[in-house]
Design a protein around this ligand. Sequence first.
Ligand SMILES: Nc1ncnc2c1ncn2[C@@H]1O[C@H](COP(=O)(O)OP(=O)(O)OP(=O)(O)O)[C@@H](O)[C@H]1O
Length: 310
Amino acid sequence: MIHVQHLHKTFRTRQGPLEAVRDVSFQIARGEIVGYLGPNGAGKSTTIKVLTGLLVPDRGRVEVGGLIPWEERRRHVARLGAVFGQRTTLWWDLPVQDSLELLRHVYRIPQARFRENLAAFTELLELGPFLGTPARALSLGQRMRADLAAALLHDPELLFLDEPTVGLDVVAKERIREFVRHVNREHGVTVLLTTHDLGDVERLARRVMIIDHGQLLYDGDLARLQTRYGSARELVVDFEEAPADPQVSGLELLGTDGPRVRYAFTGAAAGPIARVTAHAPVRDITVKEPDIEATVRRIYEGGLLRSGVG
Ligand SMILES: Nc1ncnc2c1ncn2[C@@H]1O[C@H](COP(=O)(O)OP(=O)(O)OP(=O)(O)O)[C@@H](O)[C@H]1O
């Protein structure tokens, strides 16, 4: 669906040329959901702008669904949808329903199709209570839901989501994620998701790409990122009683709190568990996985992967 090869984009700034994207290559297959991560200023938006046809790269080959985005913008745009968490595509003073109606004209969506999609999205996103409300009076969560419906009314094959859950509470985030999963699963919509919220990525994407300073640092499985670059796992052990000597060979002692002792370890848990249970009588053991947030932060900070992609 998306083919990017050796993409370069440099901006001219007062401080001189700024290489926003440097030699980025990736492919995204139809029906994938890919998380695109990177710290502020990493080059995510620049990549997306090239993919949507808003920016022309200096060098590189970009093809989306067989089209070169900036050369065939009209045909290209008809096949994609985009939601930017910080902006709305809805008309500020119009009731949501009227904005959607206007988009029907813009995209020349056949009436029957429009009605069908609107009914489906109204149900899935629970738009009913605020279809008559102007965009400016919507809560952030309602606005995001209306924007998602607006982006998908014309049955795009590809959806760009930029911070789709920013500022939302847990329930509202979950509703958005559920809907994205639905359109991906039921309609095969390919999704490129830019976010700082790793919860979005964990819930939606199996694959992540990480960019920093314009360079792709990682492209692969989220799970593999965790096993290869994650910090140590944690073993939380509740001994029958506080052990006189909590040290267990081969395990790093993290802390003690009465009978509860925490250890760090890497790799499989079976060995450490056997060693701990041989050490003293144990009531309960849990394994805590390192959180993905910490892993990604380590990658940004340490340039862990700079030597190569994946
Ligand atoms: N039109 C422009 N003119 C000059 N510099 C730009 C322009 N657009 C982006 N940049 C610079 O290019 C670099 C990459 O920016 P980009 O917006 O792609 O980052 P980003 O990863 O999307 O960041 P964020 O998470 O903050 O949105 C930044 O240093 C930014 O300041």
